[in-house]
Design a protein around this ligand. Sequence first.
Ligand SMILES: *Cc1c(COP(=O)(O)O)cnc(C)c1O
Length: 457
Amino acid sequence: MTRTKHTTADWQRLDAAHHLHPFTDYGELNARGSRIITHADGCYVWDADGNKILDGMAGLWCVNIGYGRKELAEAAYRQMQELPYYNNFFQCSHPPAIELSRILSEVTPAHLNHVFFTGSGSDANDTVLRMVRYYWKLRGKPYKKIVIARENAYHGSTVAGASLSGMAAMHAQGDLPIPGIAHIEQPYHFGREPDMDPDEFGCQAAQALARKIDELGECNVAAFIAEPIQGAGGVIIPPASYWPEIKRICAERDILLVVDEVITGFGRLGTWFGSQYYDLQPDLMPIAKGLSSGYMPIGGVMVSDRVARVVIEEGGEFFHGYTYSGHPVAAAVAAENLRILRDEKIIERAGAETAPYLQARWAELGEHPLVGETRGVGMLAALELVKSKTPLERFAEPGKVGTLCRDTSVKNGLVMRAVGGTMIVSPPLVISREQVDELIEKARQTLDETHRAITRG
Ligand SMILES: *Cc1c(COP(=O)(O)O)cnc(C)c1O
């Protein structure tokens, strides 16, 4: 392949001229110029200036097997030659979609044996909204329509996805949420009640669901949707008491539990799924990101036997689907990704060895004067930047410090993400112990430099 030789400045100029980026302040971007990433291998990405950067975020929480796996490229190449596209509408199917469905029924929890394919996690949550309402209609309860979600949740950026999400800034720009969606508080212990006993706080946060169901009327509520651990909301890990209480509330009242595993699926928590980590039995489980390790856009909704039976046996045609549902090339790549995750025991190895190592080393950062809390599960970790540790005082503008810390981190050769004043890592599952050491060293250097910059300023 020949590619025009561009300098970074050339790319940035062209980018500013023609490319409207997702989740980006255009004025700011065009003033500074975008960071142009040109290639990647293993756990590293390279920018157009040749800088090698440790990708502490696995892209957007998705490159679980790491970059540069030729087997996935070959799977795509083979499939494109054999059958680059065909649809799964109107009684048609094809081997890659069938094969991936079978594999997914094997790797997901036992009661999830059907999948509805989508192009992304956002689409998957559109499908969730359609399917829960369809399910209750078929069950003869058409009033059960409202879906309860949580503040600061992230469920995608389509109209349905952004409505289910609990991000105030997204809602404000889009006149969202659409009707039929309600939000309850998030179980953010450090952010809300750091002095309260965590389990007491967790129970209290879960009780918000019971109260909301009672307020709306159980006969009007279709489902509760939540991420096992909120990702984009700032790696919000609920206290141990939270999920058992939520499970109890959902079972006691007749509503569906939708567990959004777009980030936590395929090994992020050191188990195959977050539902296993928290012992959940989701009725519906949206997936995407790690499904293909980000090599191809593909998502889906895993459907429990309980819901699938109704949809299959009691429904006629489900008037819903995407041109690219189960796209053959994306499906072939996802299947190869899952084969590698399984054959190489990547999740089991991360769960038993490298993830506990990451957590132990990440916890050391808690001693830093700028860090009010560290937390993490599996290959997911966060820390809170604070102005003072005792007494606990947070920054007036945490987003400013977070952005400074993130930019400093990238300069130091490590991608960390900032959500307000929370710094996050979510590295590829294949990260080695030596690379964990590198990540911690760069994070510490970044905290030192950030600390110096703000005490100076
Ligand atoms: C990223 C994400 C989505 C949206 O997925 P896209 O593929 O970006 O549409 C949905 N839910 C969660 C939990 C996510 O992290």
